[in-house]
Design a protein around this ligand. Structure first.
Ligand code: MN3
Length: 296
């Protein structure tokens, strides 16, 4: 099956004054079409196009024959990135809400800081590329890619990507990339981003939830711990902090306090009711499981 350029989910002029109809026509009809044509040419007579969604192909670039790997990276990447890009925008704009908002606050504290950070990331991309909000399985974070590289190839789920190739903004903003990124943030469709967040793969925490932890001398499953138990642990360990042989006790007491706060903030009856990413992070902070090294 050859790839095709998906229709825009709104009219060319729908994003004005932030993004002009002229930019949308060139970007969607010409640039995206070129990626699709070149991707189809590179994959013609190979099993890849027939057997695999383009998103999946980007997670297996090391298996693609070397002769076509660069063409696939650039053009299947261009196709997937732009397909996501059109769907990420809406004339209605809006603000993040619900679980996605919680996740953004978890990483960036406020939406304003998130906006500043993605603007800074977009400005830091030298030459052509993208700045992304991604999900790494446990949390959201911002990354950049060059050319048409996709976060999918790094095992990350793209939630939102701003195209900072000059073709995305030059007609409207000339070389004023910062103005373009600010304007672009006005037309983000946060509903769509929230759906991607909800669908992003998360770690299987069933084994973590069954690990046992000693609470006031009684062994209980980590998943059954409630806010009172977490508070008790925090204050009991907090009282021991500073006692010589127990070097980590202060940070673990703080992690219990953090867990109590999260349980209360999310209205979760027990640890098992929290998001998997948060469960995994709490388990690592409390040494219920050994912490993994972060990706960045
Ligand atoms: Mn583009």
């Amino acid at each position: 099956m050859a790839y095709t350029v998906p229709d825009l989910p709104y009219a060319y002029e729908a994003l004005e004054p932030h993004i002009s109809a002229e930019t949308m026509r060139f970007h969607h009809d010409k640039h995206h079409q070129t990626y699709v044509d070149k991707a189809n040419a590179a994959l013609e007579d190979t099993r890849w196009a027939a057997e695999m969604a383009p998103e999946d192909l980007l997670t297996k670039l090391d298996e693609v024959p070397e002769a076509i790997r660069a063409a696939v990276t650039n053009n299947v990447g261009g196709h997937v990135n732009h397909s996501l890009f059109w769907e990420s925008m809406s004339p209605d704009g809006g603000e993040p809400s619900g679980k996605l908002l919680n996740a953004i606050r978890e990483t960036f504290r406020t939406v304003a800081i998130f906006n500043e950070t993605i603007e800074a990331a977009a400005m830091s991309t030298f030459g052509s590329g993208w700045a992304w909000l991604v999900h790494d399985g446990t949390r959201v974070l911002i990354v950049t890619t060059t050319d048409q590289d996709s976060p999918l190839s790094d095992g990350l789920t793209p939630l939102l990507g701003v195209d900072v190739w000059e073709h995305a903004y030059y007609l409207d903003y000339n070389n004023r990339r910062a103005d373009y990124v600010k304007a672009w943030l006005q037309v983000v469709d946060w509903e769509v981003v929230a759906q991607r967040y909800a669908a992003a793969p998360v770690p299987d925490v069933s084994e973590i939830l069954e690990r046992t932890v000693s609470i006031s001398g009684k062994m209980v499953a980590f998943g059954t711990i409630d806010v009172d138990a977490a508070r008790t642990q925090s204050s009991e360990l907090g009282a021991l902090a500073g006692w010589g042989p127990m070097a980590k006790v202060g940070s673990i007491a703080r992690a219990w306090g953090e867990l109590a706060k999260n349980l209360e903030g999310r209205g979760a009856a027990t640890v098992a009711d929290l998001d998997p990413g948060m469960i995994k992070k709490a388990a690592e902070d409390l040494w219920v499981i050994a912490p993994e090294r972060g990706m960045i």
